[in-house]
Structure formats: C-alpha cells, structure tokens
Design a protein around this ligand. Sequence first.
Ligand code: NI
Length: 174
Amino acid sequence: MAIREIITAPDPRLKQVSKPVERVDDDLRRLMDDMLETMYAAPGIGLAAIQIGVPKQVIVMDLAREGEEPQPRYFVNPEILWTSDELSTYEEGCLSVPELYEEVDRPSRCRVRFLDYQGEIRELDCEGMLATCIQHEMDHLNGVLFIDHLSKLKRSMMLKKLAKAKKLQEKEFA
Ligand code: NI
C-alpha cells in the first residue's frame, strides 16, 4: 500500500468526469487499498479516486468514530437509485478543499447500487452522515465539489482563499 498525493482545488483535474470501472480485479483492489491508506493518513472520512488523480468511479469511506473498530467501505461504479424529498444540512469539508467548511443541503436519505471490494453488486439504504458522505463523494465522480453547491459569492470567496493558501505553500517549498 502507498500514500498518494491528494489534489487540492483549484485544479482542473478535479473537474474531470470519472469513467466506470470495467472489472474489479487485483489492480483495482490495489488502488482501493492505496486510497484507503491515503484517506486514513490525511485524515479524512471519504475519498474519491479523482482526488488522487485517477478518473475512475471508485470511492472509499470510513465513518467509524474515534475509538471504534475501522469500518472501511468501498463503492465502485455507484449509482443513486432514489433520493428522499426531505433534505438535511451538514457542515461539509473535503480533503481537496483543505481547512474550509460550509453547510450544504442534500437529500437526507438515498438508495445506492454499487460494486463492492470483491466486485459483488450491492444496494444500500443510506441516511444521516452516510447519505451525505456518499452524495458528496459521488459528486467528485462528476467533477463537482461541495463548494459548487454554495452561492456564487461564497464559492468565489472560498476559491480565493484556496488559491492564496496554494501560493503561500508554493513559496514555502520553493
Ligand atoms: Ni470531498
């Protein structure tokens, strides 16, 4: 397993639309293992493959709380089958939008179909954090970040902050 570099916004790669995976094989499982290790090291609770520059429809997630056993989840080629009309609001963050958090409204429940780590087809009813997280990660597969759900003004303010932080970082390492 290896920790990969996480791409941060603004970066055109994060706007790419990810392609479906043809086969869940050992190569793909290696990618999922790397993604999980990268996510744990960050630390974060969800990661889409495009965030490490791989435009494939793959997501890893672990919503276990501190002190609980790890609960890694893998979603390959996820599809949303249903979403509730009812919305929930969560303060979201993203490993590709470091240190910025903002409230986002999303359907509070959804049903997802996907392939698991072994390539088996599964369906899952999601609510609470899981529903929010899977929708956030699936947005990444369509080149969408949580800041794209905010008002134009808020989004441009956040993008400015991100660009500034990036410049500072480049200077530090120059
Ligand atoms: Ni994210």
